[in-house]
Ligand binder design. Structure first.
Ligand SMILES: *Cc1c(COP(=O)(O)O)cnc(C)c1O
Length: 391
């Protein structure tokens, strides 16, 4: 039996191990200089002024919503084609969540559908306070189109760039323009890792300060921010209800070390995507593209089976898995999860996301994947599709 090829995995080298071990021997395991260094480095990467490190992207999404004032009675909209965390962050704030269906070409939140939904929402006075576009698979959303609508309809934008560390929109880093806050994930399957970990970047000093405070129990120590004059050096104030969402020094050391290799990871992922293009050309499947405004970080390589094979997706999935190929499905549309059905959503609400879901499979893609691995993936896939076509 050949080795199992997962759909994604981290690349850890000796420099990463040394960085974490050095931190273990240092004075700080949490909240030391390396966390700040990582925050500054992620801000610089994103052409932003501020970075706020958190223990996960989910936490970053939560404090981002809170910092933008999302509260009971508000509406937050995102895409159904995402990991559940993009929607749950709104529910943590006791708001109503809703979705905007995807563009069938990019699989990202569709600006035209968004505009139609905004026109209706304006009539019923239910305009969203925040929209969370997700750069699915590492391919940036059309941010300029979204920002134009944000201007007209007065909503804020949080980019969920969990898949898109290192991706570019209009040749600039994601998060650098057209949004209020951009968040990243450093989970091991993502583009670079800090084990668990997330980051919010912004150019707005007030939002950065609020997010820092909320991620650390709502505590502030800065003399100019205190309600009461400080009676001494021990003093701090809790001014809002925050959380312990802090990133550790160990995680930051790993993240910072990984960041040194980000350009290499992206280059490798882009090369692997090009290999897949060549190897998959002859198959009757739709390959993920790249819009003229986008330079993808290629977190995922989602293929789409033809309509005629919708009923055979499970058969193809199982054939790949049985041959040791860790294909996955990204994503089960969020609105169809039982928890969201309890909130009133149903199958049929967002048909493009649902059709996409029935047909998609993500092929393995990570920096250490070899051309031999890719050829093996394609041979098995090709065979499975042939069989599916016959019977
Ligand atoms: C992974 C992911 C998250 C959550 O990231 P964590 O760091 O695991 O909390 C959020 N949104 C999207 C789109 C993701 O893929």
């Amino acid at each position: 039996m050949p080795d199992f090829i997962p759909y994604g995995r981290q690349s850890i080298d000796e420099a990463d191990i040394k960085a974490v071990c050095d931190t273990l021997r240092s004075d700080y395991l949490t909240q030391g200089p390396v966390v700040s260094e990582f925050e500054n480095a992620m801000a610089a990467l994103s052409d932003c002024k501020f970075g706020v490190a958190t223990n996960s992207a989910t936490s970053a999404l939560h404090v981002a919503c809170l910092a933008l004032g999302v509260a009971a009675g508000d509406y937050v909209w995102t895409t159904p084609n995402t990991f559940i965390a993009s929607a749950n962050c709104a529910l943590y704030c006791n708001t109503s969540i809703d979705f905007v269906d995807i563009d069938p070409i990019t699989y990202n939140l569709c600006p035209e559908q968004l505009e139609r939904k905004l026109i209706e929402a304006k009539k019923s006075n239910t305009l969203p306070k925040v929209i969370i576009p997700v750069h699915f698979a590492g391919h940036p959303c059309d941010m300029q189109a979204l920002a134009r609508l944000a201007d007209t309809y007065k909503f804020k934008i949080i980019e969920d760039a969990s898949h898109a560390v290192g991706a570019k929109y209009q040749e600039k880093p994601v998060g650098s323009q057209y949004s209020d806050i951009c968040i990243f994930s450093f989970h091991p399957v993502k583009v670079m890792t800090s084990a668990e970990g997330g980051m919010a970047v912004t150019n707005n000093p007030k939002l950065a300060k609020k997010m820092h405070c909320l991620a650390n129990q709502g505590i502030t120590r800065a003399p100019q921010d205190l309600n009461e004059p400080s009676p001494g050096g021990w003093y701090y104030e809790q001014q809002s209800l925050g959380f312990n969402y802090r990133m550790t020094e160990l995680q930051a050391a790993l993240g910072l070390s990984q960041l040194n290799k980000l350009h290499l990871f992206i280059e490798q992922r882009r090369d692997l995507a090009q290999n897949y293009y060549k190897l998959l050309r002859h198959l009757p499947i739709r390959l993920p593209g790249e819009a003229t405004y986008a330079s993808s970080s290629w977190h995922l390589f989602p293929i789409l089976l033809p309509e005629a094979l919708i009923e055979k997706r499970e058969q193809v999935f199982t054939a790949l898995r049985e041959a040791g190929i860790g294909t996955q499905v990204h994503y089960i549309p969020v609105h169809t999860q039982p928890y969201f059905q309890k909130l009133g959503f149903q199958w049929g609400d967002f048909p493009i996301s649902e059709d996409y879901y029935f047909r998609t499979l993500s092929l393995p893609l990570f920096p250490a994947l070899t051309l031999d691995d890719q050829e093996r993936v394609v041979a098995v896939l090709s065979n499975a599709i042939d069989k599916a076509c016959i019977g």
